[in-house]
Design a protein around this ligand. Sequence first.
Ligand code: NAD
Length: 318
Amino acid sequence: MTTYKTTSLVTGGAGFIGSHLVDALVARGGRVAVVDDMSSGRKQNLNSRVEFYEADIRDAAMRDVFRTVRPEVVFHTAAQMSVSVSARDPMLDAEVNVMGTLNLLDAMRSSGGGKMVFASTGGAMYGAASDLPTPETSPSRPGSPYGASKLAVENYLPVYRELYGIDFSILRPANVYGPRQNPHGEAGVVAIFTKSMLTGGAVRIFGDGEDTRDYVYVDDVVRAMLLAGERGGTGPYNVGTGRETSVNELAGRLSRLTGYACDPVHAPARPGDLRRASLACDRAKKELGWSSRTSLDAGLSLTAEWFVTETRAARLRT
Ligand SMILES: NC(=O)c1ccc[n+]([C@@H]2O[C@H](COP(=O)([O-])OP(=O)(O)OC[C@H]3O[C@@H](n4cnc5c(N)ncnc54)[C@H](O)[C@@H]3O)[C@@H](O)[C@H]2O)c1
């Protein structure tokens, strides 16, 4: 991969995906700024070599931040990213995900343009798609306000390019997992299971556990974002593995990795949960030269190792 020294701004750079992306950008030697309101981001995730602006992407102060930083590439990962929160509070979801993004685009306009690499969604975009793995040409049928807000931004981006010359690439990641994912939310089943297993908690599976998802390792997603920043077209680009893994299989693999001996507890299926999901990523392969590299086994063991260290450190802190 070519290295490029550029000025990047990462929104959500103290979060799960954003902080890994920041580390990769810093390692390349470019100037990196981060905007994060720390609503779910963590100080420990934050690379010490960035210019950090603790601020809400909805804030009018974004213009000042952007005029100071003048980013060439804006990696936009900050979001209200919970599907269930979006169903409970669609207005909040739209405020952060739609209005917050428009505020950033406005700040980009006022600081001379540039390119936005937008973290959309693959998992919440296609609904119950008839073709699996699902390509980007499949109809967008979000089943949640969260998916609708991501799609709304996808629809704004070409308009902003046409009117104001702001370039963009859209990425649609599948179910991302890896170190630093928040295990206390309602999404992020790998993080939730791993943490429960390591702390001797119950592992709860909704429904029969045969629902499938496409689990993609965070480093692979970061590599796709970097490639999109360097040479990506508009996309959208699915970012997944094209493989389906059931929740039961995931729980089994994680049990073996963590030495967890209890059986999972089954709870009623959650209404609206998709039965099957996986993403076809031929476009990313063709246009970005990207495909996922990390096998599920390798990714899960890296994740479990990180949670072991993190759980030990948390015990020492208390
Ligand atoms: N994790 C996944 O499986 C997944 C899959 C597809 C797409 N995505 C998208 O990728 C992006 C990153 O997801 P993540 O899993 O790293 O989430 P995360 O919650 O770990 O990170 C989001 C970061 O954004 C910050 N943030 C939230 N609202 C903000 C606001 N109003 N102003 C400033 N900062 C704010 C949070 O503090 C956090 O640090 C999101 O846009 C999400 O929708 C995630």
